[in-house]
Design a protein around this ligand. Structure first.
Ligand SMILES: [Zn+2]
Length: 187
């Protein structure tokens, strides 16, 4: 049983926060967010009576980050991601927000795992005018990272559910070639 375990609602989600001592930690508090759970690990030197306020502070930080991501969320993109999730992934994938961003230098898309921005997907504005099957592929690619964070064989097998994968990857390889970079580093 952890020292602290409670649930709170945030947006349309119910999140869990747990906190416990971790003997391996010397000074720093560590925490991660994964699948809707904030897991906080505390060094022994943190006194029991200070645990509550520290948990509250981390929960507030996560809430603020999540609220900011929701304000910036693009609802057309969200609808498109939901459609792709339904069609190709049996609706099994979950994420927090998806939005267009104009501050990605090279990458076409990204999906965060862990931390206060867990499940926030960002798609580069740059691809907006690209063919629809490519944009959908990039969305599907980032969604699939919710199940497999790395480019493992399991990831590619799973993503192959998106039918136009070869065509879309060919398009992106062409872009990467023109920019003298590797296609796999773009998303
Ligand atoms: Zn990727």
């Amino acid at each position: 049983m952890p020292l602290v375990e409670r649930q709170f609602s945030d947006g349309k989600d119910t999140l869990t926060v747990t906190a416990d001592y971790d003997n391996r930690l010397k000074k720093t508090i560590r925490w991660t967010v994964e699948n809707g759970t904030i897991r906080i690990r505390l060094p022994r030197r943190v006194r029991k009576r200070d645990v509550g306020p520290m948990v509250d502070e981390i929960v507030e930080k996560v809430r603020r980050q999540r609220a900011r991501a929701r304000r910036q969320q693009d609802f057309d993109l969200q609808a498109r991601a939901e459609e792709i999730n339904r069609r190709y992934f049996d609706g099994e994938l979950q994420w927090h927000t998806i939005r267009w961003v104009n501050n990605m230098q090279k990458r076409l898309g990204s999906c965060t795992s862990g931390g206060a921005t867990d499940g926030d997907i960002r798609i580069s504005e740059r691809i907006r005018p690209w063919p629809r099957y490519v944009v959908d592929y990039i969305i599907a690619h980032e969604l699939a990272h919710r199940k497999h964070p790395n480019h493992s064989k399991a990831f590619w097998d799973y993503l192959a559910r998106y039918p136009q994968i070869e065509r879309a990857r060919g398009f992106i390889e062409g872009i990467a070639f023109a920019e003298q970079t590797e296609a796999d580093t773009l998303l």
